[in-house]
Design a protein around this ligand. Structure first.
Ligand code: ZN
Length: 299
């Protein structure tokens, strides 16, 4: 089964459910960024919830950016998600392997930390973007997003997200289940969903055993109105032109130094680790274009 996101309704359309399988895109992220297991699990969890946030967007020209920093060893985790199922992201330190002594599981909460925030920025193509920031609860990502949805978006939400890593470091399975109470939801609906969540095995294990999302959703909830299915993938939209635009913002003295000392430069895209090389001639052209810009401004 390809990576995808299923959207559905349960409890007579009073409760929304989102289920995504993100195994392949987490493996692409691991490969591109050379992520070690605990870093891979942390980014994989954020990317997985990110695809759901992207799937909640209604207009195709919008996007959502997620920033997490809990002052832990992993540093900042960033992700961007789009309504067409595209997602990309990176972490400050890709080379972390930390296992919890008690649970023997990857210690995501410990490397993320809790002394910081989770921020969601919805770029709505308007001047007034939506920005929601909450304090981190546990750094385990799932609980933190549940708190974000409940407090910042005022939608009572349960989040189960997980990434299973093979012994060789590759991704075995990954995904997320998000349950949201709509305003019409009854006390009975809430109790029903709480019971299901309480007895639910970790979502990455469920996806590993049942990679067909339709089957899995039916197994969990019995009866679901499926609304939409979106294919998901890790994809970056960087290009040499964009990198040149970024280079052009560097001051002229620094560019001249790159030309004199290194006779060119290499820029690495943070989101996908792709390398872009600029030759001495290309840098000289950038400097010359800068000069023209200054002249125009001064005239
Ligand atoms: Zn890129």
């Amino acid at each position: 089964m390809r990576d995808s996101l299923l959207k559905g309704l349960i409890c007579d359309k009073r409760v929304r459910v989102y289920l995504c399988k993100t195994t392949d895109l987490c493996e692409v992220a691991r490969f591109k960024h050379d992520l070690w297991p605990t870093s891979a699990a942390a980014l994989g969890r954020v990317l997985s919830v990110g695809t759901v946030l992207g799937g909640m967007i209604k207009n195709t020209n919008e996007k959502v950016t997620i920033q997490i920093n809990g002052n832990g060893s992993i540093g900042t985790i960033m992700a961007e998600a789009y309504p067409n199922g595209r997602v990309k992201g990176f972490v400050g330190d890709p080379h972390l392997l930390l296992i919890d002594n008690n649970t023997h599981k990857l210690a995501v909460g410990k490397i993320v930390g809790t002394d910081g925030y989770l921020r969601v920025i919805k770029d709505l193509g308007l001047k007034s973007d939506f920005v929601g920031t909450v304090k981190l609860v546990s750094g385990e990502i799932g609980e933190d997003f549940a708190y974000y949805f409940t407090v910042s978006e005022q939608i009572p939400t349960a989040v189960s997200v997980g990434v299973l890593v093979n012994d060789d470091g590759s991704i075995k399975s990954a995904g997320a289940l998000i349950i949201q109470m709509m305003p019409e939801a009854t006390e009975a609906d809430i109790t029903y969903c709480e019971e299901i969540i309480k007895n639910l095995a970790p979502i990455s294990e469920l996806i590993d055993k049942s990679p067909d999302l339709n089957d899995l959703l039916m197994t969990i909830f019995g009866d679901v109105d499926i609304l939409e299915q979106i294919d998901l993938k890790f994809e970056c939209d960087c290009s040499k032109e964009r990198m040149a635009e970024a280079l052009a913002t560097i001051n002229k003295a620094e560019l001249l130094e790159m030309i004199a000392e290194d006779h060119g430069c290499e820029i690495v895209c943070q989101y996908c680790s792709k390398k872009y090389n600029f030759s001495e001639e290309e840098l000289i052209r950038l400097v010359n274009e800068k000069k023209e810009n200054v002249d125009v401004e001064n005239s």
